[in-house]
Design a protein around this ligand. Structure first.
Ligand SMILES: [Zn+2]
Length: 360
């Protein structure tokens, strides 16, 4: 937290810099080095001119050339430390903070594909040997009770932190449905809220030891029934009680992608003492409603807005961000086209909105 006034040696007082809104952009990190380095153009020509000052890059246990866990077999010519350093120093010079992300606990598979972590270490799978082909589940999880989970994951986090020379890290933790599962000998019968809180605390303790700010998605900490958010953007599987058991200096990325009359999580997180970074997606009406509610409910813990993309290459995203007003959607363009419209329209507003700001 910055003091309101900075006291100078002479005794004169000057106002501190006004808080700076966090204007973020979230994207998947491309796995091909050439495409990955195209992010430099995306930042310099697309994002920065619109006021974006933070970039969250999401990796999986496959999509970076990790060196410290030989059991993992990342893509043969994948993105590694060299490319990460190049991008990080470029973004730093542009005034854009890069925050790497690795999904922890949940999202260890997508459709029938299980990611490298649980393939290399099946013993930390929360549902070992269950759900062949990932049929009948959303995504696999790693076990929150097994020390081996943290031993491996901390190494991956440390590598990403070092590669990007980052001062903050996003641990994901959204949409965790498999936790405290009956097929896990270590978690069976345990309270999902306690298991989830323990995972958050262990990750936080590790990042704190590196003097890094921890960010996470907020959905598992919200009561899906009491808030009316349901089981995706909030939890109905008991993890929400973790909200009172975890450190308050975690930045809560509160994602909601549909239009609503109000977003109760905005006041819940702030009242509990967390800084909140609301996150929207492709829907303009939803983003507008969410931004308005964020302004209305803003306390000094309201950071700004995080624009998510969930697809599109750096080239495609840059094309969408640079399109002239009224341009028609190209044939076959995905959600990235709509994302471009949302960011063009709203990022400059967030960047100069005095309701938002970083007060660390
Ligand atoms: Zn377990």
């Amino acid at each position: 937290m910055l003091p309101a006034l900075l006291v100078l040696g002479s005794g004169s007082m000057l106002p501190a810099d006004p808080p700076r809104p966090w204007v973020g952009f979230h994207m998947f990190a491309p796995t091909d080095p050439a495409s990955f380095l195209q992010i430099k153009d995306l930042v310099a020509k697309g994002l920065k001119p619109l006021g974006v000052n933070a970039l969250i890059l999401e990796f999986t246990s496959d999509s970076f050339a990790y060196q410290s866990v030989p059991e993992l077999k990342p893509y043969a010519r994948g993105v590694g430390k060299k490319e990460a350093r190049e991008l990080a120093s470029f973004c730093r010079a542009q005034g854009v903070r890069v925050i790497p992300q690795l999904n922890c606990v949940g999202h260890q598979s997508w459709a029938e594909t299980t990611f490298g972590l649980l393939k290399a270490f099946p013993e930390i799978d929360e549902t070992p040997g269950q759900f062949p082909g990932n049929k009948g589940i959303y995504c696999r999880s790693w076990c929150t009770s097994n020390p081996k989970s943290y031993e491996v994951v901390f190494r991956l986090i440390d590598e990403l932190m070092d590669a990007f020379q980052a001062d903050a890290f996003h641990v994901g933790m959204d949409e965790v449905f498999l936790i405290g599962h009956e097929s896990c000998p270590l978690c069976k019968g345990k309270d999902p809220g306690e298991l989830f809180a323990n995972a958050v605390k262990r990750l936080h303790r590790h990042l704190k030891s590196k003097r890094a700010t921890m960010l996470m998605w907020g959905d598992r900490l919200l009561d899906g029934r009491a808030t009316g958010y349901g089981e995706w953007e909030a939890a109905t599987n008991g993890t929400h009680t973790a909200i009172d058991r975890i450190p308050k200096d975690i930045v809560m990325c509160d994602w909601h992608y549909e239009p609503r009359a109000g977003y109760p999580s905005l006041e819940i997180f702030q009242q509990k003492g967390f800084r909140v970074w609301p996150a929207g997606w492709r829907n303009e009406a939803a983003t507008e409603a969410f931004l308005e509610d964020s302004r209305r409910k803003a306390t000094p813990k309201m950071l700004g807005h995080l624009f998510t993309s969930w697809g599109g290459s750096p080239e495609q995203l840059l094309a969408a961000l640079s399109a002239p007003e009224g341009a028609t959607k190209p044939e076959g363009a995905g959600d990235w086209w709509s994302v471009g419209r949302v960011v063009r329209r709203f990022a400059p507003r967030v960047a100069k909105d005095a309701a938002f700001g970083a007060r660390e």
